[in-house]
Design a protein around this ligand. Structure first.
Ligand SMILES: *Cc1c(COP(=O)(O)O)cnc(C)c1O
Length: 365
């Protein structure tokens, strides 16, 4: 039986630009899931999970990797592993770990975020250094710097590799660890034409999502040293993230990891196309040159309408997107949206905004 919610948004005539998390497993993934060899992963006996972890470690040129249920859990595991309660975590103000993970670093790991805004979300050492606590006993101690690459809420911006390297070197010299929230690190790698291993070399731990642009239905990975992953393994179990025959999920993850990165450039081209189109619409403010990956965030204040109003109107035309602020909207391209879909989104935006613009003129007739 079909319920309204099953049909809603799952029908092909919706263009769903709310997030790259909405991607559905491909036919190849579903086949691999059905045929996956499995075992009990809490016993370390799921061959497909083990293969996924080995491949992730290889691709990132690290000693080990761990399959985790979600990116949020991956970040929390890394934070718990690198800190003690009472310590501080330096991150950008609009970082996912600060805004969208229910303050789990405080609620569960017992740590405080110490944040700063950064242009384009890119934390440089100049911005980080003043936030590092002196090693005086009555200060809470800085333990960890968390970087986000690409930076979601700043529109998929990409860390220049030299900045990541500089931050890592200086953080290490100051006795801090560096965790990379690399939910979309493959998008950064494609944008720069570099390997994920090269972009993340000096970070102590990396989390990346299989379930976003790479198109897997569920799951994220942590990568790092053998010692880090051993501790992360315990933290995952502590948080209830030990899974049993998880090979059915890892099978899709393996395909995502091996096959999807080579197609991400298409999502980036669609995002650039969309950004260029939107920038030409009156009342929309956006610099298309800043759109380097698959996220387009734009300001609609000049239209005289709110992001929520515009999103609702777009929804009626079967274009789904997300307001990120009173006057800003985010659109994310991904493998389930083709060029034609992006063209429809642009045309719908024109319609939605011109209805209002032409209304006063019509009154003269
Ligand atoms: C999506 C996302 C995460 C975590 O994702 P889950 O939805 O928990 O899998 C972490 N960081 C960033 C930047 C993200 O965009």
């Amino acid at each position: 039986m079909h319920t309204a919610s099953q049909e809603n948004k799952s029908t092909a005539d919706f263009v769903d630009l709310r997030s790259d998390t909405v991607t559905r497993p491909s036919a190849a993934m579903r086949r691999a899931m059905a045929e996956a060899e499995v075992g009990d992963d809490v016993y370390g006996e799921d061959p497909t999970v083990n293969r996924l972890q080995e491949r992730a470690a290889e691709i990132f040129e690290r000693e080990a990797a761990l399959f985790v249920p979600s990116g949020s859990m991956g970040n929390l595991i890394a934070i718990k592993t690198w800190t003690q309660p009472g310590m501080e975590i330096i991150c950008e103000q609009r970082a996912h770990v600060n805004q969208y993970e229910l303050a789990s670093m405080s609620a569960i790991a017992g740590c405080m975020p110490r944040t700063t805004p950064a242009p384009d979300g890119i934390l440089t050492w100049d911005l980080i250094e003043p936030l590092v606590r002196p090693k005086t006993y009555y200060y809470s101690q800085s333990a960890l710097v968390t970087l986000e690459n690409t930076h979601n809420m700043h529109g998929g911006t990409v860390y220049p590799p030299a900045v990541t390297e500089d931050v890592c070197q200086r953080a290490h010299a100051a006795g801090l660890k560096v965790h990379l929230d690399g939910a979309r690190i493959f998008n950064a790698a494609v944008a720069l034409g570099k390997s994920v291993a090269a972009l993340t070399r000096n970070c102590d731990s990396v989390m990346f999502c299989l379930s976003k642009g790479l198109g897997a239905p569920v799951g994220s990975m942590l990568v790092g040293s053998q010692e880090f992953i051993q501790k992360a393994h315990i933290a995952r179990k502590l948080l209830g993230g030990g899974m049993r025959q998880a090979g059915v999920l890892a099978a899709a993850g393996l395909i995502a990891l091996e096959e999807s990165p080579k197609n991400l450039h298409l999502d980036h081209e669609n995002a650039t196309f969309l950004a260029n189109g939107l920038a030409n619409i009156k009342g929309i403010s956006l610099d298309p040159k800043k759109v380097l990956t698959n996220i387009v965030i734009f300001d609609v204040r000049g239209t005289g309408r709110t992001a929520a109003e515009i999103s609702t109107d777009l929804g009626k035309k079967k274009i789904l997107c997300g307001p990120t602020d009173k006057y800003s909207i985010r659109m994310v391209t991904h493998c389930d949206v083709q060029r034609a879909g992006v063209e429809r989104a642009w045309a719908a935006m024109n319609d939605v905004l011109s209805v209002r613009a032409s209304a006063p003129a019509a009154a003269h007739h």
